[in-house]
Ligand binder design. Structure first.
Ligand code: TTP
Ligand code: MG
Length: 358
């Protein structure tokens, strides 16, 4: 078996960092992104918080009212998903340039198989430094990177020295690295499993690794086998080529609500061109076109249509989108968005790019 070098990259306090980049006055302050705290009576949760806010005990998924109690003077901001989505797209584009074996996992994290790009772990460290530098120069944001022989260990490693961290765990260091960590660090181990393991006298990954595999299978079924293998540092090292980009899209909010659908059509043509350029650049084809439309009263609708073949044709995107917005004619429109999804890698596909919807 060829040993691989797998990188996991995760942006630091991503939503908060994007807001701070937009408004540098917030730098160094406790910033909390999430629901409106409404002076401590608000419902909803924290999406994320800056590392300064984390010092007060504020963290993701915590009720916003609790975050407010922990620090009423923190800066509370609503979620501006559109901003984060745009920044994320640009970062993922940077990453894809480093390896075609790229897999986006969430809005702010991705795996890269860099086996062919770096001769060894020292080479991998140089590459990681280069990636961190490029993201800082282009986006003004820090990230944390973990590198190891598989995805499981790389992910745990990226979390190890956050923020702005780089942790490299060579194959012969995996056990030493994992053993002292809490079992919760293993992907898929939540509070329930943690509790059951505790009852078996297991707190650390090392203790889990030395527990008999039969006993774990007896207790947890097949999941016990997964636990045993993960604790021993055995994990998936497959990063699919070209896989991971889920969708490409653009949205446009109008300064004034518009009811002239000809204007809307022009907007759609423009967005379709933009999407098409990005598809070509990344050698991708789409199968599904969706629209998002927000009316003057803020009600928002989405519609989608899947075609029978993959394409990268701009006219097909715009014609499909125009068909989908027809039912909203007669309304005043605040926002229009077009997105393509169901993406496929173009390099091994024959394009039917000339096709145009009648
Ligand atoms: P994470 O990478 O888990 O968190 P983070 O980037 O904010 O901080 P860290 O430095 O620890 O990586 O999640 C990425 C984004 O996803 C995060 O900025 C906000 C969003 N998110 C939620 O909206 N709710 C959640 O419960 C979590 C965990 C994340
Ligand atoms: Mg993150």
């Amino acid at each position: 078996m060829v040993n691989k070098i797998i990188m996991h990259l995760d942006m630091d306090s991503f939503f908060a960092a994007c807001e701070i980049k937009e408004n540098p006055k917030l730098r160094g302050l406790p910033v909390v992104i999430g629901a409106d705290p409404k002076n401590g009576t608000g419902r909803g949760v924290v999406s994320t918080s800056s590392y300064e806010a984390r010092k007060y005990g504020i963290h993701s998924a915590m009720p916003i009212s609790k975050a407010y109690r922990l620090n009423p003077r923190a800066i509370f901001l609503p979620v501006n998903f559109r901003l984060y989505d745009e920044v994320s797209s640009r970062i993922m584009k940077i990453l894809r340039n480093y390896s075609s074996k790229f897999q986006q996992i969430s809005i702010d994290e991705a795996y890269l198989d860099i086996t062919d790009k770096a001769n060894d772990f020292d080479g991998a460290a140089l590459l990681a430094t280069e990636i961190k530098k490029e993201i800082m120069e282009k986006e003004g944001l820090t990230c944390s990177i973990g590198i190891s022989a598989n995805k499981l260990v790389a992910k745990i490693a990226s979390d190890f020295k956050k923020p702005d961290g780089l942790a490299i765990i060579k194959e012969d260091e995996i056990h030493q690295f994992l053993n002292p960590l809490n079992v919760r660090k293993l992907y898929g181990v939540g509070p329930k499993t943690e509790q059951r393991l505790k009852e078996l006298g297991i707190n650390t990954i090392g203790e889990l690794a030395s527990c008999s595999r039969e006993k774990l299978i007896d207790t947890f079924g097949v999941y016990g086998l997964y636990l045993s293998m993960s604790a021993s540092g055995i994990g998936d090292d497959f990063v699919a080529e070209g896989y991971g980009r889920l969708s490409i899209g653009r949205e446009m909010t109008f300064e004034q609500d518009i009811d002239d659908f000809k204007l809307l059509d022009n907007e759609i043509d423009w967005i379709a061109e933009e999407i098409c350029n990005e598809l070509n650049e990344e050698k991708l084809l789409f199968k599904t076109v969706s629209i998002k439309i927000r009316l003057h009263d803020f009600t928002t609708f989405t519609r989608a249509k899947t075609i029978e073949f993959s394409s990268s044709n701009a006219k097909l995107i715009s014609n499909t989108a125009k068909g989908l917005i027809k039912e909203f004619e007669g309304n005043r429109i605040r926002l229009i968005g077009v997105r393509v999804s169901n993406l496929e890698d173009f390099s091994w596909q024959k394009t039917i790019g000339e096709f145009v919807v009648a």
